[in-house]
Design a binder for this molecule. Sequence first.
Ligand code: BES
Ligand code: MN
Length: 460
Amino acid sequence: MQAVLDYLKRNQTRFVAELCEYLRFPSVSAQPLHRKDMRACAGWLVNHARQIGLEARLFATAGHPIVVAKTPAFASLRRGKPLPHFMVYGHYDVQPPEPLELWKSPPFAPRIAGRSIFARGSTDNKGQNLAHFKAVEAYLKAGTPLPCDLTFVIEGEEEVGSANLAKFLKAQRAALRCDAVVVSDTGMPSPKHPALTYSLRGIIAFEITVHGPSHDLHSGVFGVAVENPAMALARLLAQLRDARGRVAIPGFYDDVAPLSAYERKQFARLPIRDRDLQKLLGVNKLFGERGFTPTEQRSARPTFEINGLTSGYQGQGSKTIVPAWARAKITCRLVPNQRPAKIRELVCRHIEKICPPTVRLEIEAGHGAEAYLVSPASPRARAALRALKAAFGCPPVLMREGGSIPIVNDFKKILGADSLLLGLGLPDDNAHSPNEKFNLDCFAKGQAMSAHLWRELSEV
Ligand code: BES
Ligand code: MN
C-alpha cells in the first residue's frame, strides 16, 4: 500500500494537468451543439484509461457514448481464484455553463487559484471520477497487485436523466455483475468531515404550459376580458405550496417514510450551521417547512420546485401584451417510499383540477426516479468508512443527500449491487452554478481513499 500512496504523492502535479485536459472538453449533454465535444471527451477518457493500463472502449448508445474500462482480465485469473469485482460509476457530461457572464474565468478554461480548480464539471463529476482512475493507475504502475477486479462505467447522460444507461446495463449484465458499485458524485460537509452518503432523493420532472388566446394580444384593447395565462399559471403554482413551502397537494406526503429519532440525532450532529448556510447561499433568512431543520429538509423531505418560468415579452423595454401562453419547468424531489408514478399522477390530477376553465392546460412528463436508501452499517459500508478515515485522517460522517443519481436504483435492480456513495464535493463547490470548482486536496485525498478502498472492500 505504501508504494501506491507514494506513487500518488509523487505524481500530483501531472494528475492536476490531466484533470485540466479533461475539463477543457465542453461536454454539455443537454445541448445538441456539443454532440461532437461529448464524443471527443469520451475518446480522451478511453485513451487515458489505456495509458494507465486499463482495457477501455466506447459503447455507442442512442444518445451519448458510454466509456467502459477494466483492469486487465488476467489479473484475477493469474492468481487462480476469482477476486471480488467492483464497479466505479461516474459521468463525463456536465451541466450547461450559462449564465456565462457570471464566470470569473471561462467555464472550459480551467483556472487554479490556491487549492481550487475552477471549471464546469470540476466537482460534478470529472474531478471525482478521475480520482478513482488515478488510484488504479498507482496500483498498476507501482506494481502492487490489485486485490480486486474493477470496471469503470463513465456515462455521458447523467445530467439529463441517464435515459440509455439502464438498457446498456441489461445488455452487459453478465460482464458487469459485481459485488458493489462505488460512486463519487456527492458531497461532504467540510474537508475535515469525509462522508459516506447512504440515501439520495428521487425525482419527477415535468413541464406545465398554460395556453390562453391564440396569439399575443394588445393588453389595453383586450386585457382582463380574457384570462392572462401568466397570471393563471402564477395563481395555479402559488396554490401548490403553503407559505412555509409545504406541498399542498392532497396525498403528497401519504407514503413519506418518517425520520427515526436516531437519524434526526445524527443529522443534528453534522457540522452545518444555519448561519453559515444562509451566508453561503446569499439569503437573508432560511425558509422551509415547520418542524424540520434545514438539514432534514435538504435531505429527507420531499419538495415541489419551479426550475424555470417563462411567459410573454423578455426583451428590453416594455411591451403591452396579454401573452398567448405561460410555461413552468418543475421538479419534485422524492424520498424513500414515495413512488414516482403515483406522485406524478397525484400532482397532475390536482393541477388539472384547480386549473381554471379560462385557459387550456398541457402537462408534459419528463424523467423520473425513486429515492435510494441503503444501510450505513453493512460490512462494505464499514469498509468504506475505514478507507475514508485512512485517507482524510478524520472520522467520517454519515449523510443523506438531497440530490439524485437515478441510475443507482438500476444498479440494484439490474446488477443486484448496492452503491457506496463516497462524495468528494464541498458545499461551496458551486455544482450546477457559475464558478464551479473542485478542491485539489479533495482530489488528492480522494485518490488515497480509492487506493485504501479496494483493499478494505476486498477483505470484507
Ligand atoms: N452529482 C449530482 C447528484 C448529487 C449532488 C447528489 C449533490 C447528492 C448531492 C448529479 O450529477 C446530479 O446533479 N443529478 C441530477 C439528476 C437529475 C438530472 C435527474 C440532480 O440531482 O438534479
Ligand atoms: Mn450534477
